[in-house]
Design a protein around this ligand. Sequence first.
Ligand code: GDD
Ligand code: MG
Length: 344
Amino acid sequence: PLVALVLAGGTGTRLYPASRADRPKQFLSLVGDDSLLAETADRVDFADRTFVSTRPAFADEISDHAPDADVLTEPVAKDTGPALVYATHRIREEVGDCVVLVVPSDHTVSDLGSGDEAAAGGGHFESVAQTGARVAAETGALVTFGVDPSRAETGYGYVEPGEGRSLDGETYFDLAAFHEKPDAETAAEYVDAGYYWNAGIFAWTPESLLAAARDSPLAPLVDALETDDGSRGFDDVPEVSIDYAVMERADHAAVVPAAFEWDDLGSWDALERVLEADADGNVALGDALTVDAEDNVVASDDKHVSLVGVSELAVVAWDDRVLVIPKEDAQRVREVVSRLKAEG
Ligand code: GDD
Ligand code: MG
């Protein structure tokens, strides 16, 4: 069987102040009527079963957004590395042999269908996902999905394709190397060298993922889960994403090209790629008035925001908070959130 595993335990730090500790981005309806999590659960409805992986604080809210999914709550939130080892182990116990398709809940994907023409063009989400699942089942590789980069983004992982291969007429590549979130200069080199963006979507069999995790900083958790003492295992592993912990050191991995329309709504600059701009290049989520202002991103809940004579900013007014930041520094919102956390 094909099991979808939706990741929904992140705090969405870089979308502060819309995303807050008790209301992370996956529960917000940012670009459509439904929450990002509800849209994600719909996107994987072709799977035989769907699980949602989350941290304890969000467990109760998941069913409001994904009522048909089973919820897997890791005992301690330590990023996607521990969360995915835990969830994959639980799925192996409950379902047995299967392919797990991991899907983050902060993406927009606009061509969803399947069908022959779609499969031939590598375009649609479902056909690409099914190809990845077949590669994972038949080769035992950890499968990533590679998006053609359109800029030197520092918020993504990069995948270096190796030898080209074919399965049932679909092309995929051995994964030569995986590099999580490079600096700007290195990202530009990767784009020039023809690397893919890691879409953050993965396909693997439980055996393959747990074997790779045994060879990583997550090994103590795998051992503890297998001897039935999962909670103890969480104390012995670092807080680390699957990308750094497992993918960067994986020696049997593959990449399936993913040509579907895809974006990660990770930071405020993403809005300019998914919303329609006005004649001056401004995009707005909510009410905004711009005078002599160009290429800004505005987002607000019920506030009316005016910008005069400024350009290239992200301006966000949400609840009782306001954020103003150069658009190109949108990743630095993290620094605000760590300061706020430190100050309690
Ligand atoms: N269960 C659980 N527990 N889920 C979590 C946790 C956790 O502790 N932390 C994050 N998540 C969920 C988030 O809710 C999100 O859906 C998903 O895991 C990915 O986390 P992000 O924090 O959004 O990761 P990223 O966007 O910085 O980077 C990843 O995705 C990029 C593409 O979107 C990496 O895989 C990159 O390599 C990739 O390019
Ligand atoms: Mg993300």
